[in-house]
Design a protein around this ligand. Structure first.
Ligand code: AGP
Length: 610
């Protein structure tokens, strides 16, 4: 997904902007560019391809300016190409614009501008912004007024960065729906779409909210609200450091993040338990009466967060006895919703900036639902617009393939489920304390599960040439399989599907041939025999069968070609361990195939377009 960075101050803008863009590479992109102003001239360099392509050109023809903006583009309108790359400039080469998001009404604006004589060079939606600013500059007193006029014409999502020869000592940054932060320096200031881009220079930041504009000069930052009034904003201090956002000795972010799970799960769980085994969920302020008022719960999310929601549903339904529905965020708006002020909507999003999830949030709010979000990013859009926020404390997740965010989301659901069960009096206080005691042991069990890596490397070797693969399981294990399948396909590019084990025989079993890998997740005691029968069905048809289980391997040795054993925990918590071998299998298969594990093809870390 696109990344943006801007700089104004005493350093060379090219150095800071390029450094920032490198830190955003993990978001996924297909082209990049930079624009600076120096001695009254606006200079532009932009190219299709990796940042190294842009760097090479900058070595030959460097930028000297101390004010600049830069962009990594992930194509939405128009193919990846030099001309479609950002920044975009106006015809007189006096204004440059970078943009994250999508301008929904760009076609009508483009037509209007073409009718007025503007010539478009690119196929992007963004180019309308720069021409619109140019148009209003002709009648405005300054660049800020022109930007305001132009922005008032836009519909959609945008984080914009604008520089202009008319006012070379300022950068203007505007936000609607796309993430934007402003970093505070000494004799220099920054803006970016994401914190790692500027963390090397400052920890003091402002989160820009929807419809706000920042006018950034080297010694000053002024914020305006949507009515153009100057506003005062609170600063945030970033507590995590660059080390947490870099590989720290591991060959890939994904492997680092898999190995960080014991700590991430411990951070998420342990500080929320007091010495008497009570959960301290002080961010969730739903009281006793409100809980009794809740008829049902909707969990809404995308991708891995959705898969975590499937586990959340099982946990909450089984322990708290509340009906839960899980919806894919991009479908939520278009489905028939049975939501009202008696519905609790739980939004799950690692980044807190996923466009589909934000759109679902808007709708749920409009319908009067109480919104509880589970997110990993403090101050993110999802968090700021929720009634209650449960922060997973996984630290920055950089690899596109989500790992520690998923396990900490499960930890969040376990805690929410247990607390709801207590509040709804579905479990006695005694049971409550016993389950919390079991929860406290989970980080240690996650640590022990990391020992499964060796076995997973062997399995990766055996499946690396497979054309397709399958995960099967029942109940919670089926949901773990969904996440295992997503991991394997997104980074190994092996077509992988996950099925409820009993459903295979209704069609999918036709796809099983000699050596097709079938990975069965087997942790639920009550479903053990049934799933074992389904494993036998695929084994009889030549499948290479692997079982991920917490059972004694001697008891099931005859049922599979390979077995990965994870520690035994309380049945309801088993998924947080069973998923770890699935992560390792995906990671090592991808490595063995020579893929770019952290930046898989066609994918972006944070999907900020609908
Ligand atoms: C999973 O590995 C992916 N990175 C993707 O499915 C991701 O979980 C999804 O895009 C949702 O992101 P979010 O949690 O930041 O909202």
């Amino acid at each position: 997904m696109c990344g943006i960075v801007g700089y104004i101050g005493w350093q060379k803008a090219q150095d800071v902007v390029m450094n920032g863009l490198e830190k955003l590479e993990y978001r996924g992109y297909d082209s990049s560019g930079i624009a600076t102003i120096f001695n009254g001239q606006l200079k532009l360099s932009k190219y299709k391809g990796r940042l190294s392509v842009l760097s090479k050109h900058l070595e030959e023809d460097p930028h000297q300016g101390h004010v600049g903006i830069g962009h990594t583009r992930w194509a939405t309108h128009g193919q990846p190409s030099d001309v479609n790359s950002h920044p975009h400039i106006n015809e007189s080469n006096s204004v440059a614009v970078i943009h994250n998001g999508i301008i929904e009404n760009y076609r009508e604006l483009k037509k209007e501008l073409i009718d007025e004589g503007y010539i478009f060079k690119s196929q992007t939606d963004t180019e309308v912004v720069v021409h619109m600013i140019d148009k209003y500059l002709k009648t405005s007193v300054d660049i800020l007024s022109a930007v305001n006029m132009a922005v008032s014409r836009l519909r959609g999502a945008y984080a914009l960065g604008i520089i202009s020869k008319a006012d070379p000592d300022k950068i203007i940054a505007v936000r609607k729906e796309s993430p934007l932060i402003v970093g505070i320096g000494d004799g220099e200031n920054f803006f970016a779409s994401d914190i790692p881009a500027i963390l090397e220079y400052t920890r003091e930041i402002y989160y820009v909210d929807n419809d706000e504009t920042a006018v950034i000069s080297k010694d000053d930052i002024i914020f305006y609200d949507k009515d153009k009034n100057i506003i005062k904003k609170d600063k945030f201090t970033i507590t995590w450091d660059m080390d947490a956002a870099t590989k720290g000795g591991y060959p890939h972010f994904m492997l680092k993040e898999i190995n960080e799970q014991p700590k991430a799960v411990a951070d998420t769980i342990l500080r929320r338990i007091d010495e008497n085994n009570n959960l301290i969920l002080d961010d969730i302020r739903i009281d006793d009466t409100q809980i009794q008022n809740i008829n049902d719960i909707y969990i809404v999310a995308c991708g891995t967060a959705y898969n975590a929601g499937l586990i959340g549903k099982y946990v909450i339904e089984n322990i708290a006895n509340i009906r839960v529905r899980v919806d894919i965020a991009s479908e939520f708006r278009y489905n028939k919703q049975f939501i009202n002020d008696k519905t609790l909507v739980i939004l799950v999003s690692q980044s807190g900036e996923t466009a589909d999830t934000l759109a679902a949030q808007k709708l749920a709010k409009a319908k009067g639902c109480r919104i509880l979000s589970i997110t990993n990013v403090v101050g993110s859009s999802v968090a700021r617009n929720s009634d209650d926020v449960f922060y997973t404390l996984a630290g920055p997740e950089i690899a596109v393939a989500s790992t520690k965010a998923y396990t900490t989301m499960l930890a969040a659901f376990y805690m929410i489920g247990i607390e709801l069960a207590k509040l709804k009096r579905e479990i006695s206080i005694n049971e409550y304390h016993k389950i919390v005691e079991l929860l406290k042991k989970l980080p240690q069990k996650v640590e022990e599960t990391l020992k499964t890596e060796e076995k997973c490397i062997e399995i990766a070797e055996k499946i690396k040439n497979a054309k397709s693969a399958f995960y099967i399981g029942r109940g919670l294990d089926d949901s773990v399989g969904k996440e295992g399948a997503l991991k394997l396909k997104e980074i190994s590019y092996i077509y992988t599907e996950s099925f409820a084990a009993g459903e295979l025989k209704h069609g999918t079993i036709a796809l099983i041939e000699e050596n097709t890998p079938v990975i069965a997740v087997l942790t639920q005691d009550k479903l053990l025999e049934k799933t074992i029968s389904n494993i036998q069905e695929v084994k009889a048809r030549g499948a290479y069968t692997i079982i991920i289980t917490d059972k004694d391997s001697n008891d099931i040795a005859n049922y599979a070609d390979d077995i990965v054993v994870v520690p035994k925990v309380y049945d309801l918590f088993s998924s947080i361990l069973a998923v770890i071998p699935a992560q390792f299998i995906a990671y090592h298969t991808s490595i063995k195939k020579g893929n770019d594990v952290d930046k898989p093809r066609n994918l972006a870390k944070s999907v900020t377009v609908e």
